[in-house]
Ligand binder design. Sequence first.
Ligand SMILES: [Zn+2]
Length: 255
Amino acid sequence: MLFISAFLFGAIIGSFLNVCIWRLPAGESIAFPPSHCPHCKARIHSWDNIPLLSYVVLRGRCRVCRAPISVRYPLVEALTGALVVVLVWRFDMSARLAVDGIFVAALIVVSVIDLDHQIIPDVISLPGIVIGLLLAVVGWGPPVQASLIGVLLGGGTLYAVAAGYQLLTGREGMGGGDIKLLAMIGAFLGWRGVLVTLVLGSFGGAVIGLGLMALRGADSRVPIPFGPFLALGALCALLFGDVLIQWYLHFALGL
Ligand SMILES: [Zn+2]
């Protein structure tokens, strides 16, 4: 029952995240105008805007013009619902759940926007850095020092990689958005979380990148957004970071 409520709550949040994903890259307000069909501009009434259910009832089409609605909408709603269930399962019900929920919601939004537009909006990552640091100060995050070092380590590492790559190849390999995203992850998870995120994100990105090169031919200029891999790494770091670090210390270093 708890998990079902958590899923439904997450799906409603996911419905709001869809609005952010759609409107933030276009620089539109997320509050006005009310939801409308992107095709015919008809207002979408609240009874046609129920997460997951409306998509099924309308069979994926606008009620007015019958234009297809992207399957992205129910997918983001289902994903958000599933992740809220995972958070409740991992951390039980607590005040921290709201903090982790905000963090995960930001990760979902930046991942989908990065996949679509190859950008990570500053309007999420920069306030994210400040919010993460403030939460650490009031005791709802990692220790303040860990959070601060996380911001510097996260931003600094990727900045150094980006600058080095540009120096060596003369072209831009990594966007500034990734740098600010990892700084935000550092603010929420601390420097240990940044290390776990970097290792997992780089490994995931390398595996998928090499796979795509093998499929499409070795054109290293095909841009692969790094944001979703950082987000996935950060999610693993949030859920299992302590366990992963303990394993690593135990098996790799024999501690
Ligand atoms: Zn329509």
